[in-house]
Design a protein around this ligand. Structure first.
Ligand code: PNS
Length: 163
């Protein structure tokens, strides 16, 4: 079975992430959406539990996609789950240097896994979780950026005035 891991902070999951997960689900037998967190950092807006719940809500229709979390090295998780690939979305040239560095480091740490980059669709080129948080917290409309099922929960957290 060819298992791919889609790692990220997913704070929160966006339409851009969902597009990459959807496309990865067609390329691999099983896709694990992995909420990676640093146990020593508490800087996220949403808790790991909340992020897992939101992702679960938007991938429930896929029979080959599961959701998990991990607080350590991605390479250790890849080995433990026998995953053959890390799938990441590439938006712009600005993503490339950081992603390239991570891909090389992960290849050193886990030589059996390849990093596969999927280019984002043009409508998601500019989209990021940080942008969603900024627009939402300033009362802007995030409806085009996040899946419908979790929109209300995100707005409630980001813009308390709209509770
Ligand atoms: O959504 P993000 O913040 O761009 O995701 C980055 C993430 C979580 C994929 C990356 O930081 C990661 O893999 N962290 C796990 C710890 C690790 O393995 N670090 C070394 C990677 S080179």
């Amino acid at each position: 079975m060819r298992i791919a891991v889609c790692p990220g902070s997913f704070d929160p999951v966006t339409n851009g992430h969902l597009d990459i997960i959807n496309r990865a689900s067609k390329l691999f037998d099983k896709v694990i959406v992995l909420v990676s967190f640093n146990p020593e950092k508490q800087s996220a807006c949403f808790s790991v539990k909340e992020r897992l719940e939101m992702i679960n809500a938007v991938v429930s229709g896929y029979d080959n996609v599961v959701v998990d979390c991990h607080g350590g090295l991605l390479a250790d998780y890849l080995e433990r789950t026998n995953a053959c690939a890390i799938v990441k979305g590439l938006r712009a040239v600005s993503d490339f240097e950081y992603e390239f560095q991570m891909a090389l480091a992960n290849k050193q740490l886990c030589p059996t896994a390849e990093t596969v980059f999927l280019t984002t669709t043009p409508e998601n080129m500019y989209l990021s979780s940080s942008m969603v948080k900024q627009i939402g917290s300033l009362g802007g409309d995030i409806s085009k950026f996040v899946p419908e099922q979790i929109r209300a929960a995100i707005i409630k957290r980001l813009d308390p005035a709209k509770k």
